[in-house]
Design a protein around this ligand. Structure first.
Ligand SMILES: NC(=O)c1ccc[n+]([C@@H]2O[C@H](COP(=O)([O-])OP(=O)(O)OC[C@H]3O[C@@H](n4cnc5c(N)ncnc54)[C@H](O)[C@@H]3O)[C@@H](O)[C@H]2O)c1
Length: 263
């Protein structure tokens, strides 16, 4: 049998909130099992309880290679193998590079790279190492799927998004070389580049920024529902020909240089 969510054993980073949690809910609903890797212990405990026996929470900071490897080992001990990994752990903050107001610090720039980009890379490496030993499934001998979360800021980053856009550009660019390398053991790698989605992260944007981004989204003119993101992850997992691609999921939003400024 080819890969199906009903039998998926998934690791989801950032899995206790927003997009990651929506993916976890869908997998559990379909019959699969999920390990939620996140920094937020309180939400983690609540999420695992709400999802029931097919879910576990394990504390993991994706900047720690050691902690990632431990979490991957714990998940395999519990589920037998990892067939799907969804990288949703991420942060966003915004500052201009030069100017009279507060500008971005080197530490802030590095923090975005460490969490959003290096964290994604470390998780990909750790799970791919494990996935190569999975039992191959179906006529394509599939061993697993990795879905990384980029952002449309990888392509149309706005003024103030330098650190975030650079980190997400890296996530997008990693997709093809990872897919090419992992092809030999039947592991696919796909990235999703979301537009705006109604999650706690988006909720922390100033009201004017939220309204501006929604107004700039041609159709449907609203923030995406995290369940729509989860539906795409499910499709990627179950469609064997999707590989090495970055898929925009954005209602045709192309962000202008500045929020509310289309020049
Ligand atoms: N919501 C959007 O509009 C949107 C748009 C484009 C891209 N994204 C990306 O989607 C992903 C998920 O975002 P979301 O909107 O669900 O945000 P969210 O803030 O709701 O969830 C992010 C999760 O990541 C966790 N996290 C942060 N740093 C971590 C670390 N070092 N180690 C482990 N976990 C960590 C947080 O605790 C949180 O649970 C992010 O990578 C984000 O950049 C979101």
């Amino acid at each position: 049998m080819a890969l199906s969510l009903e039998t998926a054993t998934a690791v989801i980073t950032g899995g206790v909130s927003g997009l990651g949690y929506a993916v976890a809910k869908l997998i559990v609903k379909k019959g699969g099992q999920v390990a939620l890797l996140d920094l937020d212990r309180e939400r983690g405990a609540q999420a695992a309880q709400a999802l029931g026996d097919r879910a576990l929470f394990t504390y993991c900071d994706v900047t720690s290679e050691e902690r990632i490897d431990q979490a991957v080992a714990e998940t395999i001990e519990q589920f037998g193998e990892i067939s799907l990994t969804v990288n949703c752990a991420g942060i966003v903050s915004g500052h201009r590079v030069v100017g009279r107001e507060e500008v971005i610090s080197v530490d802030d720039f590095k923090r975005h790279i460490d969490i959003n980009l290096t964290g994604t890379f470390l998780v990909c490496r750790s799970v791919a190492n494990a996935m190569q030993f999975n039992q191959p499934r179906g006529e394509d001998k599939a061993r697993g799927v990795i879905v990384n979360t980029a952002s449309i800021a990888a392509f149309d980053g706005q003024i103030g998004q330098v650190s975030y856009a650079a980190s997400k550009g890296g996530v997008a660019s990693m997709t093809l070389p990872l897919a090419r390398e992992f092809a030999v053991f039947g592991v696919r790698v796909v990235a999703i580049a979301p537009g705006v989605f109604a999650t706690p992260m988006f909720g922390r944007y100033p009201e004017s920024a939220r309204q501006g981004l929604v107004a700039d989204t041609p159709y449907p003119q609203r923030a995406g529902d995290p369940d729509e993101f989860a539906a795409l992850v499910a499709h990627i997992y179950e469609n064997p020909m999707l590989n090495g691609e970055v898929i925009r999921l954005d209602g045709a939003l192309r962000m202008p240089p500045k929020i509310g400024n289309h020049e």
